[in-house]
Design a protein around this ligand. Sequence first.
Ligand SMILES: NC(=O)c1ccc[n+]([C@@H]2O[C@H](COP(=O)([O-])OP(=O)(O)OC[C@H]3O[C@@H](n4cnc5c(N)ncnc54)[C@H](OP(=O)(O)O)[C@@H]3O)[C@@H](O)[C@H]2O)c1
Length: 340
Amino acid sequence: MSTRRNRQIVLARRPVGAVSADCFDVAECEVPSLDDGEALLEVRYLGIDPTIRGWLDERGNYMPGVAIGECVRSNGVGIVVETNNPREYPLGRAFMHLTGWQQYCVVQANPFPPITMVPEGVQLTDVLGALGHIGITAYVGVLRVACPQPGETFVVSAAASGVGSIAGQIAKMQGASVIGIAGSAPKCLWVVEELGFDACIDYKTEDVAARLKELVPAGVDVFFDNVGGELLDLVLRRLALRARVVLCGDISTYDNDTPAPALRNVRYLMGKRARMEGFNTLDHWDHYPEAAAQLAVWLAEGKLHTREHILDGLDRAPEALVRLFRGDHLGKLVVQVSDD
Ligand SMILES: NC(=O)c1ccc[n+]([C@@H]2O[C@H](COP(=O)([O-])OP(=O)(O)OC[C@H]3O[C@@H](n4cnc5c(N)ncnc54)[C@H](OP(=O)(O)O)[C@@H]3O)[C@@H](O)[C@H]2O)c1
């Protein structure tokens, strides 16, 4: 056993409907001794992602559900503080991994999903957002699936989310006219004033159908959807000829225990000769290096703007997940577990 003690946030009970802080408990345990090839990460930051909600259900989401009493699965970034594998995991280097909601995480040699060494000089939180899975999802979703052309109209839901905010900025770089849909006036202001979107609709206070008609009278060429459900159904009625509907996520349904109601407006795809296509970033591993490199260049050149919402302390991870589903944050939600 190591002399270090570990603090974890574990799943106490499965959420029914919306996730709440009482679904979680705090647990303390010894940090185990390292086997050959292993290293110990001290976790610095956790990325609070919508996919965590799926892992709290028994059926899981691309990966099995987290068991009751088990540490909550999550992306994180940590520093190597002990190593039995200095070639792969040098002391002091930062890595992004499925660390879980805990202070210390043991990593094995060649884990799956693969662990990523954070390049020197990169801000650690960036690899949980623009330079990691979130930015890469936006990159492949826009450039390999949606493919917006100059002059086309590109509408993105959850426009102020990590993926949505980056997707809109990339579409804008391709010459599209970009309209966001987001859940508050400050979010709409941010995507227009700071990210350069052409307009943004507040779906909580505005009539989305009427505003779309006004802003995109000739119809939506590309709908990059992060929300699903009612909002997706509504946009299907406003498609332009040969539109593309890209299904990135359907966060409005993640709390549902039963399948969401069927879409009523699918027939508009036929009338408009439109295409609807889902994608999963995990199928685009081969594009990760290219995407991460390009996103880093855009970030350094000031062509890509990001924002973080950081909550301080491991014990605030449950609160962060609750906030994510309420939309009560502006920017990529991150929990700081220990000091840089
Ligand atoms: N396909 C893939 O490979 C892939 C990979 C990563 C993520 N994703 C998906 O991409 C989407 C965005 O992820 P992210 O990590 O960028 O999110 P994020 O930054 O955590 O933001 C999530 C936002 O979703 C909105 N939201 C939450 N509940 C909602 C509801 N019931 N109805 C409408 N909007 C709701 C909220 O914004 P508002 O205040 O605007 O409501 C919230 O701020 C998610 O659907 C996620 O599952 C897909």
